[in-house]
Design a protein around this ligand. Structure first.
Ligand SMILES: C[S@@+](CC[C@H](N)C(=O)[O-])C[C@H]1O[C@@H](n2cnc3c(N)ncnc32)[C@H](O)[C@@H]1O
Length: 473
């Protein structure tokens, strides 16, 4: 079936389930009927429509009219949410196998999803399942080459940890999958990675299951980082409320989505899934933002600094604009003060004020040197990363095209060609690029883009430190 037909089937299915972007038809909230009292043809079209946004998430939802901040845009009834419970309800074997196991709630949803997908067209959820991506770029799906392309130890470690965690969860679920007599394809680690990436990138929070739920149509919203105003509330009790624009509402027994800002007709309507750094977005969602106000760069700090710090260590970072975070600046000012004077100036440092010109210059010079050193020790420069990205962005169709473009560039390109078997004698140059290689290029590009963004933060930090030093000298 063509993609367009699958999408149409899905929309019909969703409409029949009462999913609706029309809140005030016949004066009855959420009820959707056409003027002749027949069920509506589409659950979308009054407020939202499906559209493609190549530079901001691909398929997403578009405003079909001007929308006001706070306006209810979409309702997905509880009965349309795909959860472990709803999947088990109609599947006795699944429910028995799972109840005998000690799997975590996320593992249960992973098994339940694979079990449902394995039913193919027989699945009640089939129309919805056809809308899931066939591949993901989350960190757990990166191979060794793609992981190493991240270059920074912290990022490599995060990717290895994500992969290891996914592998352990898969291994401890194999007995249940065997009991359910999964075919080898659905038992494979590859299938598990697909299912867990689906959960990581597409589920929404529900109060009754920590694995969350799949929310048809609601999971078509792409992501925008929370705005400053919302970030301020991050640590307050109201954080949950302020940071979500999609929420399950018990009283209406539905997932409800509200406009996070005013939208003009034709704008993409975005959802804030939460506050994430680019590395976290890559880990959980498989993308990064070109401009992410919540991005952070960590550099190694003096070991004797940590004992002076009363903030969590993860608050010591360089911000997306290159400036040191409040906590990093404060604790470095204290660290740069002679030990016998630290007590007397602690209140000044902790209030975020400068201690003295000399002190500030020591801090700026130390930070700037550290950033230079980190950048120097990485195997490619900012310029090389930019060049590589521009080459990879061109896109390739045949093996020879890739070889021609990449062989003259840095050593990393040679490793890529080798890791993808493109240098073997038996590979014909005219051969179209294998799909696996195309997917690997996409993940490689994400890794390069991530490390470039990281390097840019350090570069901007050096400029910031130099500016401050010059001003104070
Ligand atoms: C909940 S889905 C959103 C809908 C998705 N585009 C689709 O077609 O199903 C989340 C996924 O969309 C993509 N995505 C969402 N927001 C994005 C953004 N701002 N930039 C790039 N990709 C984005 C990522 O692949 C992410 O894992």
């Amino acid at each position: 079936m063509e993609e367009a037909d699958k999408l149409e089937n899905f929309i019909q299915w969703a409409t029949a389930l009462g999913i609706s972007d029309s809140m005030h038809i016949n004066g009855d909230e959420g009820e959707r009927q056409s003027p002749n009292n027949l069920p509506a043809l589409s659950c979308l079209g009054k407020t939202l429509s499906i559209s493609c946004f190549p530079d901001a998430g691909g398929r997403g939802l578009c405003a079909v009219r001007d929308l006001q901040k706070g306006e209810l845009m979409l309702k997905v009834p509880k009965s349309a949410l795909m959860t472990s419970q709803t999947l088990m309800l109609n599947d006795h074997s699944l429910s028995v196998a799972v109840s005998r196991s000690s799997l975590s709630s996320t593992q249960i949803l992973t098994v339940a999803l694979l079990n449902e997908v394995s039913k193919g067209k027989r699945s009640w959820w089939y129309a919805y399942l056809t809308q899931f991506p066939s591949n993901y770029d989350t960190l757990a799906s990166f191979n060794q080459f793609e992981i190493q392309a991240l270059q920074l130890d912290d990022a490599i470690w995060a990717a290895e940890r994500a992969l290891e965690k996914t592998k352990m969860e898969w291994q401890s679920a194999t007995a249940v999958m065997e009991e359910l007599m999964f075919k080898p394809h659905y038992m494979s680690f590859k299938a598990w990675i697909w299912a867990s990436a689906s959960i990581s990138s597409r589920t929404m929070h529900i109060p009754w299951d920590s694995a969350g739920c799949f929310c048809p149509v609601g999971d078509f919203f792409n992501y925008a980082a929370p705005e400053d105003e919302q970030v301020l509330f991050e640590h307050s009790a109201a954080a949950e409320l302020r940071l979500t624009d999609g929420v399950f509402e018990e009283e209406s027994a539905a997932y409800c989505f509200y406009a996070r800002t005013n939208y003009k007709k034709g704008d993409q309507v975005l959802l804030s899934y939460g506050t994430y750094t680019n590395l976290e977005l890559l880990e959980h969602y498989g993308f990064i933002l070109n401009i992410n106000p919540n991005d952070k760069a960590y550099v190694p700090l003096p070991s004797d600094l940590y004992s002076l710090c009363s903030w969590p260590f993860d608050s010591l970072y360089i911000q997306q604009n290159g400036k040191p975070s409040f906590a990093l600046l404060a604790v470095m000012r204290l660290w740069a003060t002679p030990t016998h004077l630290q007590k007397s100036v602690r209140h000044i440092a902790y209030s975020g004020s400068m201690i003295s010109n000399e002190n500030e210059i020591i801090v700026m010079e130390w930070l700037s040197k550290k950033c230079c050193l980190v950048l120097k020790n990485l195997s490619t420069t900012i310029e090389e990363d930019k060049l590589l990205l521009s080459v990879l962005d061109e896109g390739f169709e045949s093996v020879i095209e890739v070889k021609n473009e990449l062989l003259g560039l840095m050593g990393e390109c040679y490793i890529f060609l080798k890791a993808n078997g493109l240098l073997k004698d038996e590979i014909s140059d005219d051969m179209p690029l294998p799909r696996k290689t195309i997917r690997s290029i996409n993940k490689w590009k994400l890794a390069i883009w991530w490390r470039l963004k990281f390097k840019m933060m350090l570069h901007d930090c050096i400029s910031y430190c130099t500016r401050v030093t010059n001003l104070l000298s």
